[in-house]
Design a protein around this ligand. Sequence first.
Ligand SMILES: Nc1ncnc2c1ncn2[C@@H]1O[C@H](COP(=O)(O)OP(=O)(O)O)[C@@H](O)[C@H]1O
Ligand SMILES: [Mg+2]
Length: 465
Amino acid sequence: MSQGSSWGRALSLSRPAAIKQILSWLRELWRKGAAILPKGLYARSALIVIAPMVILQGVLTYVFMERHWQLVTTRLSTVLTQDIAALIDLYGADPQPGSAAALSRIAQDRLKIDADFLPKSALPPALPKPFFSIVDAALSNEIRRQIGRPFWLDTVGRSNLIEIRIQLDDATLRVVANRSAAYASNSHIFLLWMVGASFVLIIVAIAFLRNQIKPILLLAGAAEAFGKGRDPDFRPRGAREVRQAGNAFIEMKRRIERAFEQRTAMLNGVSHDLRTILTRFKLSLALMGESDETQDLQKDVEEMQRMLEAYLAFARGDAGESASQVDMHDFLEDLRLDAERNGHDAKIEFTGDPIVAVRPDAFKRCLANLIGNAQSHAKHIAIEASRDQRFLTIHVDDDGPGIPPSAREDVFRPFFRLDESRNQDLGGTGLGLAIALDIARSHGGDIGLTDSPLGGLRATVRVPV
Ligand SMILES: Nc1ncnc2c1ncn2[C@@H]1O[C@H](COP(=O)(O)OP(=O)(O)O)[C@@H](O)[C@H]1O
Ligand SMILES: [Mg+2]
């Protein structure tokens, strides 16, 4: 709909409806404006400083032009016209050739204008009015008011001079005066000062802004690095509020690290104590000699131990390991060989530069968990990896039963298992995917589950490189 007709509609609406309509236009305008405005903090604060300065300048310049410049020019024009009017009056009182010459001389000596009384002739055709000239308008006004005779004006022709011709009863008076006699001509210096000064101010403002914004960027960088599992070297700097935010971040980071340590320590303790008991258990069983009962017990004890190892792995996380350059191709090849040794059919495909920085043990555990899951649920496994400028992406595909979309979030929760509800016991603990996700996140990445082209589940690990 065109703007015109919607205006018309708004005008014909009742008052509250019209107000609502106008408000919605304003909101629209605000949204569009916000979309154009810069997004970065630096650009925004620069705008906040610069915009008022430019507006202030504009207003000042306008007021100066409008009031001061115009006023001075009008005064100067008045004075020049007064001089000319006096010459005309004197000439009128004694219109002799001799007095004309005397008047010209006085005008030259005392009034600093060239005045010649020429034989009467028609005035040249009027020049086109210059587009922006206060002096033309001011002089015309004054001559019309004070002298009231036909005149001709050239304020443009020769830049430094203005020429005025006035038709008298029996002669034509030609006056050539300096432009500065009628015109406040040095005002461009004012403009120059203004533009120059604000230029300096803007540069100073930008330099200071840069210093104010740097600590905020550092804080953002530190938070991002911490999120990706790196340990940022960060010290709060800058303005009080920014330092406050920085200290709060450090405090939060410490609390998270402490919680992590506590979790690890507790689970380690529990696992260690139970392991000791389990070892004693196994020893006693071995001493009891073979029987059906002891065999069952032994199996239970072994399962318990396997679960304990899984808990331990979860508890340990990948703490302490540092990243190193790894050849991803060899890395995946090892995992594929493991899968083949377990009697599975596995394929790998790799594109891009294979050298990637990861924490090798942790990353291997992450992939091994995904491939292990595929092994327990499917026969065929395909691993497809690619690396581009920003990400290393690894798809683990299988042709098993897959995971229904509604459960794809839950399976990442520790101890959550679908196998129980599927009534199959593959001896899992429900920790595999939780551990894998932990590791991917600590590399700054993520794991997603989708349908595989093979028919089963596709698990996708994506980490930034
Ligand atoms: N490739 C897969 N195909 C089908 N189901 C899977 C697959 N991977 C995982 N799951 C389901 O997700 C659940 C959670 O997996 P996981 O965290 O590795 O625990 P666990 O393997 O110890 O049971 C499993 O119980 C399993 O039912
Ligand atoms: Mg598993």
